[in-house]
Design a protein around this ligand. Structure first.
Ligand SMILES: Cc1cc2nc3c(=O)[nH]c(=O)nc-3n(C[C@H](O)[C@H](O)[C@H](O)COP(=O)(O)O)c2cc1C
Length: 148
C-alpha cells in the first residue's frame, strides 16, 4: 500500500498533525508532502490519499484549493481518500463551517471514495499551539485509515 498525506500549513500546526497522521498509517509506504510539492508523479500508484488544511474563513487555504483544482478525475476516481483540517473552537467559526468537509466534497466530486468522516483538530487561537491531546488524536485517526 502506498499512501500520500497532502497538507498546507501557515503556522506549523497542520504540518504537525499531518506528520502524526502519516506516522500512524501502517501497512506500507507513506509520504507526507506540502500541497505545492505534489504533482501527477506523486499521485501515481497510491491507494490512499489524505488531504488536510488549516481552516481560514471557513475554507481550506489557497494552496489546498489549488491542489484540489489541479488534481484530475482520472487521478483520483475510485481512490480511497480522507480529509482533515485544523481550526479553533470559536463559536463564530461554526457559522462558516470548516475546511475538512469542503475538501471531502471536492474529492468526492472527482469520484474519490471517502473512507471516514472529515475530521477537525483544534488549535489554541489563530497561531496555535495545538490543543492538548490533539497530536495523539491525530495519530489514532491515522491508524484508523490503515488497511485491514
Ligand atoms: C485569516 C485566518 C482565518 C481563519 N479563519 C478561521 C475560521 O473560519 N474557522 C476556524 O475555526 N479557524 C480559523 N482560523 C484559525 C486557523 O484555523 C488556524 O490558524 C490554523 O488551524 C492553524 O494551522 P497552521 O498552523 O497549520 O496554519 C483562521 C486563521 C487565519 C489566519
Amino acid at each position: 500500500m502506498r499512501a500520500l498525506v497532502v497538507y498546507d500549513s501557515v503556522y506549523g500546526n497542520t504540518e504537525e498533525i499531518a506528520k502524526a497522521i502519516g506516522g500512524a498509517i501502517s501497512g506500507g509506504e507513506v509520504r507526507v508532502l506540502r500541497a505545492g510539492e505534489v504533482g501527477p508523479p506523486e499521485l501515481e500508484n497510491i491507494s490512499l490519499l489524505v488531504v488536510g488544511a488549516p481552516t481560514q474563513g471557513g475554507r481550506a487555504t489557497p494552496a489546498i484549493k489549488d491542489f484540489l483544482e489541479r488534481v484530475t478525475k482520472a487521478e483520483i476516481n475510485g481512490l480511497d481518500v480522507a480529509a482533515f483540517d485544523t481550526r479553533y473552537s470559536a463559536k463564530a467559526a461554526k457559522i462558516f463551517g470548516y475546511a475538512a468537509g469542503k475538501i471531502a466534497s471536492s474529492l468526492k466530486k472527482k469520484g474519490a471514495h471517502l473512507i471516514v468522516d472529515p475530521e477537525g483538530f483544534f488549535v489554541e487561537g489563530v497561531q496555535g499551539p495545538l490543543k492538548e491531546g490533539e497530536l495523539e488524536r491525530a495519530a489514532a485517526w491515522g491508524k484508523g485509515l490503515s488497511p485491514e
